[in-house]
Write a protein that binds this ligand. Structure first.
Ligand code: HEM
Length: 438
């Protein structure tokens, strides 16, 4: 079966609009050509775009061994944050995943909940009340701090957290510039901009190294993620090496803060537009308030439904990319060796074939069996490389929404929710106002 094509000319005609926001262009082509199409990008380069959930499952789950992440993650991202879970492939990824995965199981996360909650409460107490604010920056700070405290508990101070966040965010911004303006590569290199960023990364790595070395001298366990990572052993009984541990910590910061901050920002905007859900959540919080923290989180059905619906409409990881090692075939479609495949998670999450009223905010669609939409709902990816921090992120976001709704009403400031599709899907102006509950 021939996969429909979108020509370089069609791409060129809409190029100015695509630079700002490529999603309407993708959507129009999906509607015209079907759920999978080739996009020709010029100079012989072409990419397959797909919103076919079965092809996604085939690629990420059923035949995942024939697919690798593209150079963007394995080389470009890795050059700043190193080779670890998010950026490694093959044997290194497999051993690292096996070693780190247990630390993210619910039973281990239970030990981190209290420190996460304290951090969230402190950050929420600093939110300005009664004025219009863009919630993305404070949620970015909150999410970064939650990962930092989960990793290092009291061993890291505010100034150090702030510096680490600056470095991680600056290197992500630099990467976006490199990807968007590849023709300026020589200038980035010889003008010293790349070296400036690598210097910052070296400084951040030095800080993390010091925290690890100090911890190795402490006898009393802290029960944080760093303790768990230090105690973890490979199959041969060896512990993780220092440089590898620094890579993994840089990766947890990178993978774990912006995605969570974006999801929280979109959720706040949606709640501001749909105050009836704020009241439903408030009731739920009051009903569960005397239970133990883990039990509250397990029982918070309405909050979970709201978060899932928010990530359906606005998945922070809105694209997943892969490339095949060997030629492959799926449902009559033939893929040459080395084909780039881009899955639009956002299009799958709004596909009319799978969702009733896909553009509407209806959290109740997630009521009932927990995985009832699992065939076409992928906010955390799928298969062996699915997000390792999914439970961490859900617990964190549930605690943030709990604290917000317990104390405030969220009022809308912007009519439309606008998006900024960069490496992750960000809100453009997540402006709301918090008003104290009487
Ligand atoms: C709402 C928040 C989050 C979303 C939407 C999200 C989404 C994702 C997705 C879609 C992937 C798979 C990417 C792919 O297959 O190419 C992924 C991987 C990953 N995520 Fe998350 N994530 C979130 C929060 C977190 C948090 C809080 C952490 C850690 C503290 C984390 C750590 C990771 C890591 C390490 C990977 C790579 C896993 C591997 O390849 O083995 N994420 N995430």
């Amino acid at each position: 079966m021939d996969i429909p094509k979108v020509s370089f000319f069609d791409f060129l005609v809409r190029a100015p609009e695509i630079v700002k926001n490529p999603l309407p262009f993708h959507h129009d082509n999906f509607e015209k050509k079907g759920d999978t199409f080739w996009l020709h990008l010029g100079f012989g380069k072409r990419v397959i775009f797909s919103r076919n959930p079965e092809l996604l499952q085939y690629t990420l789950q059923k035949n995942h061994k024939n697919f690798t992440k593209t150079d963007i993650q394995t080389k470009e991202v890795a050059k700043y944050i190193g080779k670890g879970l998010l950026t490694a492939e093959g044997a290194l990824w497999k051993t690292q995943r096996k070693l780190i995965q247990p630390s993210f199981h619910k039973k281990h996360l239970a030990r981190l909940l209290e420190i996460m909650q304290q951090t969230i409460r402190k950050e929420i107490a600093e939110l300005p009340i009664g004025e219009k604010i863009d919630v993305t920056p404070p949620f970015g700070k909150l999410a970064f701090e939650v990962v930092a405290k989960a990793l290092f508990s009291g061993a890291v101070n505010q100034e150090e957290i702030h510096r680490l966040q600056e470095v991680v965010e600056a290197s992500q911004r630099m990467l976006v510039r490199e990807l968007r303006q590849p023709y300026l590569g020589w200038w980035f290199k010889y003008g010293g901009l790349l070296e400036k960023h690598f210097r910052m990364v070296r400084e951040a790595r030095q800080l993390i190294r010091r925290l690890i070395l100090e911890r190795k001298k402490v006898v009393e366990p802290k029960g944080d993620l760093l303790d768990m990572l230090l105690a973890a052993r490979y199959e041969d009984g060896a512990a993780m090496g220092e440089e590898q541990m620094i890579d993994e910590i840089m990766i947890l910061f990178t993978a774990g803060h912006e995605t969570t901050a974006n999801a929280l920002s979109f959720t706040c905007q949606l709640l501001a537009k749909h105050p009836e859900y704020q009241e439903k959540i408030y009731e739920e919080i009051r009903t569960l308030e005397n239970r133990d923290l883990m039990e509250q989180l397990m029982q918070q059905q309405i909050i979970k439904n709201v978060l899932e619906e928010s990530m359906r409409l606005y998945p922070p990881a809105y694209f997943i990319d892969r490339m095949n090692f060997e030629q492959d075939e799926f449902a009559g479609m033939h893929f040459e060796k080395g084909t780039s495949l881009l899955f639009s998670v956002m299009e799958i999450h709004r596909h009319k074939r799978y969702w009733g009223a896909p553009e509407d905010f209806r959290p109740e669609r997630f009521e009932g069996a927990p995985n009832k939409h699992s065939g076409y709902y992928y906010p955390f990816g799928a298969g062996p490389r699915m997000c390792i921090g999914n439970n961490f992120a859900m617990f964190e976001m549930q605690m943030v929404i709990t604290e917000l709704i317990k104390h405030f009403k969220i009022l809308p400031e912007e009519e439309a929710i606008e998006i900024l599709p960069l490496i992750t899907l960000k809100p453009k102006n997540a402006e709301v106002q918090f008003e104290k509950r009487s």
